[in-house]
Ligand binder design. Structure first.
Ligand SMILES: Nc1ncnc2c1ncn2[C@@H]1O[C@H](COP(=O)(O)OP(=O)(O)O)[C@@H](O)[C@H]1O
Ligand SMILES: [Mg+2]
Length: 266
């Protein structure tokens, strides 16, 4: 990772919902700088605005004010063509993997559709080769699964399939919004290790969203702490965990027993 190489940045990024007395400011005047190959965690409790921020970065939701820059330039997402171009570089996986797949398609087709999406033209053999590579990257057995439907897979297998899809699409930036919150601890650490591998092997920039500062510490270089729509603290993962400056950060850390006992955070 090169800390001079800013890939994505935001200035005064704000998003609200509703009007008048019902107005909610979900994201309030946030600044960020994400570098190429960096793993950033955004940590905060439920309702703090993490998903709203993720959706703005992916371009699924428009900011009310402020600006998000990609490669130093304001994004242009006005036309479908421009959005498609952007989505070649920026991909997201969400908490519920079943929500991002067409449940009526078999596993093989779900992945082959990624080639189409990316405009990659491959022969049948090349496709096969790439699929096997993707399956082996996420430790799934191709023969066992290629012909199955999503509902025949476990949550953990679906989450791995999501990562296989990311492996094929190979975006510059991956936004993972609480990707492990619905699966067991064992699958969870596998998924996290796969994210780390995507960074190491593909220099992917990963924005990992979680309410668990322990997971954030495990995977990330940089942590942003988010509370009620604002970034209250940001810094290197070790600094945030070992020497938190903000009360809210201390509170999040004290909710993680393992970290609390292995460092003096008082
Ligand atoms: N589409 C929406 N319409 C109205 N309010 C919303 C919408 N999406 C999110 N919010 C509100 O914005 C706030 C932040 O939500 P969200 O970004 O989902 O937080 P998190 O992902 O951290 O749990 C919450 O108060 C939520 O109710
Ligand atoms: Mg959320």
């Amino acid at each position: 990772m090169d800390m001079n190489d800013i890939l994505l940045s935001g200035r005064h990024v704000t998003r609200d919902f509703g009007f008048g007395r019902n107005k909610v400011v979900a994201v309030n005047d946030i600044d960020f700088d994400f570098h190429e190959g960096e793993i950033i965690s955004i940590v905060g409790e439920s309702g703090s605005g993490k998903t709203t921020l993720a959706k703005m970065i992916t371009g699924l939701l428009k900011e009310t004010s402020g600006e998000i820059m990609y490669r130093g330039r304001p994004r242009d997402l006005k036309t479908q063509k421009k959005r498609k171009e952007y989505w070649k570089d920026i991909q997201a996986i969400f908490q519920d993997p079943f929500s991002s797949f067409n449940l009526f398609h078999r596993v093989e087709k779900l992945l082959i559709d990624c080639f189409t999406l990316k405009g990659i033209k491959l022969s049948r053999e090349e496709q096969n080769q790439k699929l096997r590579e993707a399956f082996s990257f996420v430790n799934l057995k191709y023969e066992e699964l290629y012909n199955k439907y999503p509902f025949e897979l476990s949550g953990g297998q679906m989450q791995r399939l999501m990562i296989a899809r990311i492996f094929v699409l190979n975006p510059k930036v991956l936004i993972a919004d609480e990707p492990t919150s619905m699966i067991d601890a064992c699958s969870r650490s596998t998924i996290l290790d796969m994210l780390l591998k995507l960074r190491t092997e593909n220099n992917m920039t990963i924005i990992f969203i979680t309410h668990d500062v322990g997971l954030a510490y495990y995977v990330s270089d940089t942590i942003y702490i988010m509370q009620k729509g604002e970034i209250v603290e940001r810094g290197k993962a070790e600094d945030i965990v070992i020497n938190p400056q903000h009360n809210y950060t201390r509170q999040l850390i004290s909710d993680v027993p393992k970290i609390h006992t292995s460092w003096d955070v008082g």
